[in-house]
Design a protein around this ligand. Structure first.
Ligand code: NAI
Length: 355
């Protein structure tokens, strides 16, 4: 493990196995420089332990950058649980995971992610206070982060459209890939703003229902990124912006919620060469983690809104710097995130977490 840490720059990686609950988990702390390493807990059927470790390392670094760029007093971390084969006791699994989080004494703050939910985090809460993504209390931040993620993407898309086309969202055509928790709310916001929608989802019944609700055109999930639209919003899977997809793209703006949209670093360059304005994923999808952070810190909803109001402003700075330096906004976002992490004096953590 020591070698991995040296190569990837992670501060700490914890591998944990508990045969009784069948928990096999990795918690990766990429950086605690800005505060406790925060990032969700993913439950996934990984083919191998190596695959799970690689995911935890990649995702935790992404969280460091996302949290720094969102101006949050948090470092970056991620937990990955290998989904046990066959039936398992879900509550026992998350109780054991809660004990693991507690053992890190506030260096890591968890929340829900792909494959986990509010009820799971409620179980984790019975073992540790270093958890968010719980049911919202009246007037307080909390609950499902997806509506905040969708709102942040929408606000950033408005800015990107203004930059690229010099207009508002009314009449702009947008292809939304994946109308799940985030994509559906984003599509509703876009519909309300007068955008023309093209949508696709791997779940055809879901896609049909959303298309009927919003008067959207239905597309095939495999070709939606090549739709004849102004904007594409990847809101399903990562690594969708690859050489082939970029070559076929007709849109001039990419702005969506999915994490790790670029298949490789070279794909940021490919978008630039095709004159497609790319709004870096972790800059525009930070609404959810902002909500989760406010919950950790015991802040109210108005604080979520004021923190979120700065997102399009930051994106604007990234676009400006990218234009001046003639590089991809993705390169500038990474540069800025690293600067923010490296130039900030290490802060003592744990004390600011709401109890
Ligand atoms: P979700 O699981 O609710 O929705 C994803 C949707 O995409 C599902 O309806 C699924 O059927 C569909 N889908 C899967 N493969 C597809 C394909 N090839 N083509 C079209 N549709 C496909 O997930 P959620 O929460 O909406 O998240 C969407 C993305 O945004 C994920 O990449 C997630 O990591 C990212 N994200 C989510 C945040 C949140 O607050 N939920 C925060 C930040 C990022």
């Amino acid at each position: 493990m020591g070698q991995i840490l040296q190569q990837t720059g992670h501060e700490h990686v914890e591998w944990f196995e508990d045969p009784k609950s069948r928990l096999k988990a990795i918690i990766a702390l990429h950086s605690t420089r800005l505060g406790p390493a925060a990032g969700g807990c993913r439950l996934w059927a990984y083919a191998s332990a190596e695959g799970a470790v690689a995911d935890a390392l990649r995702l935790s670094r992404g969280m460091s950058y996302k949290n720094a760029m969102a101006g949050l007093p948090l470092g970056g971390g991620k937990a990955v649980i290998m989904r046990p084969d066959g039936p398992f006791d879900r509550a026992a699994l998350f109780r054991a995971f809660g004990d693991l989080v507690e053992s890190l004494q506030g260096k890591y703050l968890t929340a829900e992610d792909v494959g986990t939910s509010i009820p799971d985090m409620e179980v984790v809460r019975t073992r540790t206070r270093f958890v968010a993504g719980l049911s919202a209390k009246p007037g307080r931040a909390g609950g499902d982060p997806s509506p905040w993620t969708a709102l942040g993407v929408f606000n950033c898309m408005q800015l990107a459209v203004e930059r690229r086309f010099g207009r508002g969202m009314d009449g702009v055509s947008v292809a939304v890939q994946g109308v799940g928790h985030v994509g559906l709310i984003l599509a509703r916001l876009l519909h309300k703003a007068g955008a023309k929608l093209v949508i696709a989802d791997a779940d055809l019944d879901r896609a049909r229902g959303v298309a009927a609700e919003l008067g959207a055109t239905l597309a095939d999930p495999s070709t939606i990124l090549a739709a004849d639209v102004d904007v594409v919003a990847p809101c399903a899977l990562g690594s969708v912006l690859d050489e082939r997809a970029i070559a076929a793209m007709q849109a001039k703006v990419v702005c969506g919620a999915a994490n790790n949209q670029l298949a490789t670093d070279a794909d940021a360059e490919a978008l630039l060469h095709r004159d497609i304005l790319y709004a870096p994923d972790y800059v525009v999808n930070a609404g959810g983690i902002i909500n989760v952070t406010c919950e950790f810190l015991g802040e109210d909803q108005s604080r979520v809104e004021s923190r979120m109001a700065r997102m399009p402003m930051r994106l604007g700075c990234i676009f400006d710097r990218a234009e001046t330096k003639k590089v991809s906004p993705a390169v500038i976002a990474d540069e800025l995130a690293r600067e923010l992490i490296e130039n900030t004096k290490r802060v003592p953590h744990d004390t600011r977490v709401a109890s």
